[in-house]
Design a protein around this ligand. Structure first.
Ligand code: LLP
Length: 435
């Protein structure tokens, strides 16, 4: 359930007409609903309440400071994968001692920063990384709390680019190697193993992969404890899927009902790293139609959001619902089912201004007639949208707006050309005066 709704043919974010925001702040524009974000956090807290979950929001999904602050104020913990993300969490008021530090390639500097900040635990993904964490901790006279990231070899049944739990993935270690490494951990004084971590993939829409992973977790945790490790955390990672098209993802409560019994069997507290499910459906990308164009049989809708603003369609051929922000009277309401024919629509390729054939937001998408100046909403863009944006083609990145009821907060202003050139260090002659 999100808080983007059509009233009288106009799209609203909570109590604010989206068209008003586009007028005021320009396009392309990310618009987020604070209530949706908090509803999702609450849904996780409630569904997993029995096992006292530490909900470590995965900052990589959307790292805007306004969103991190909102989540921190409502009891969220955090999952970071870089020194930069940890810095954001601290600046936004999050607690380092409720932050887990994941990622396959932590540098010594990042390890040291995380030790100084006092993170809850490091998710360690390889033998070499264990050595690095141990070495840096010893040098600084600290004991690093760690969880080994175990790869349970279950198929998350998701896109191959976001699947991580299979044996042949670069993430984590298989069970045998993890257990061998756990033996070695016992002899290292500068680390203590307090948890076990898994993350099998992202946009997982069914409950079975999570159940399969949790069942293995019970056995592995028992083995780690038998070796003498004080394991008090089972970190199940993130990966809960959301609805991009209709109702394809299982509800949070369904995931909880299969996972909780296993967590109880471990006797651990549950940590989790949800990203997409918290913010994904809480954001839209708003764009404005620049031109329409016909090439042969194909109709192109050229609008001002591009792959630099939202790269998911280009990178994963992912589907985002797209619909006009203001639907003229007599034209269809946004469809529930994109597979069915939608009366009053025609197929369009929705493309951006970037010089790449891969610069599209949708292909052959059924849309009502549209013209220059019309506004479009690209739905479910709150996760892995702005965080993956770039300045390709020297395009300033979009502004971001956080709406809460009738309140509108600009949580990131639109970039200027000066912002873009700022870090470049070439001394340029002033342009000669023209006559
Ligand atoms: N924990 C770990 C260790 C992860 O690698 C990830 C995501 C998460 C948690 C959060 O997963 P979530 O709950 O959001 O599914 N850019 C891609 C998604 C990449 C996910 C990377 N890891 C996309 O746009 O679909």
């Amino acid at each position: 359930m999100d808080h983007f709704r059509y009233h009288d043919n106009q799209l609203f974010c909570e109590d604010i007409p989206v068209a008003e925001l586009a007028e005021k702040f320009g396009t392309p524009l990310y618009v987020y609903s604070a209530t949706t974000i908090l509803d999702q956090l609450k849904a996780l807290q409630t569904a997993f309440a029995e096992v006292e979950p530490l909900i470590c929001y995965s900052v990589k999904a959307n790292s805007n400071l306004g969103i991190l602050k909102l989540l921190a104020e409502h009891g969220s913990a955090f999952d970071v994968v870089s020194g930069g993300e940890l810095h954001r969490v601290v600046v936004a008021g999050g607690k380092a001692n409720q932050t887990v530090f994941a990622g396959v390639g932590k540098t010594d500097q990042e390890i040291s920063e995380a030790l100084h900040a006092g993170v809850l635990m490091f998710n360690v993904e390889s033998e070499a990384e264990l050595d690095a964490v141990a070495r840096v901790a010893a040098k600084e006279g600290k004991v690093a709390p760690i969880a080994l990231r175990v790869n349970p070899d279950v198929d998350p049944k998701t896109h191959r680019y976001i699947s991580t739990g299979k044996k042949e993935s670069k993430f984590g270690m298989d069970i045998d190697r993890s257990l061998k490494l756990a033996e070695r951990v016992k002899s290292i004084g500068s680390v203590t193993m307090i948890g076990m971590h898994m993350h099998i993939g992202s946009q997982i829409t069914t409950v079975e992969p999570h159940a399969g992973a949790a069942a293995k977790a019970v056995e592995i945790i028992a083995q780690l404890r038998a070796m003498g490790h004080p394991i008090s955390w089972y970190n199940m990672g993130g990966g809960f899927g959301i609805n991009y098209k209709g109702h394809e993802a299982k509800a949070i409560a369904e995931f909880a009902s299969v996972v909780v019994p296993y967590v109880k069997a471990t006797g651990c507290r549950l940590a989790m790293e949800p990203g997409r499910v918290v913010v994904g459906n809480a954001g839209i990308l708003v764009s404005r139609v620049l031109y329409t164009k016909q090439s042969g049989e194909k109709r192109f809708l050229i609008q001002d959001a591009a792959m630099n603003d939202l790269i998911r369609p280009a990178l994963y051929e992912s589907f985002h619902r797209i619909w006009p922000v203001v639907v003229p009277p007599g034209l269809p309401a946004p469809p529930d089912d994109y597979e069915a024919a939608i009366p009053g629509t025609a197929p369009w390729d929705v493309v951006g201004p970037i010089c790449e054939s891969g610069d599209f937001l949708a292909k052959d998408r059924s849309l009502p007639p549209l013209d220059r100046g019309d506004l479009l909403a690209v739905f479910s863009a709150g996760a892995y949208g702005m965080v993956m944006a770039s300045n390709y083609n020297t395009r300033p990145r979009a502004a971001e707006i956080l709406v809460s009821g009738r309140e509108v907060h600009v949580v990131r202003r639109r970039e200027t050309y000066d912002d873009l050139l700022g870090p470049e260090l070439v001394a340029l002659e002033p342009a000669p005066a023209s006559h």
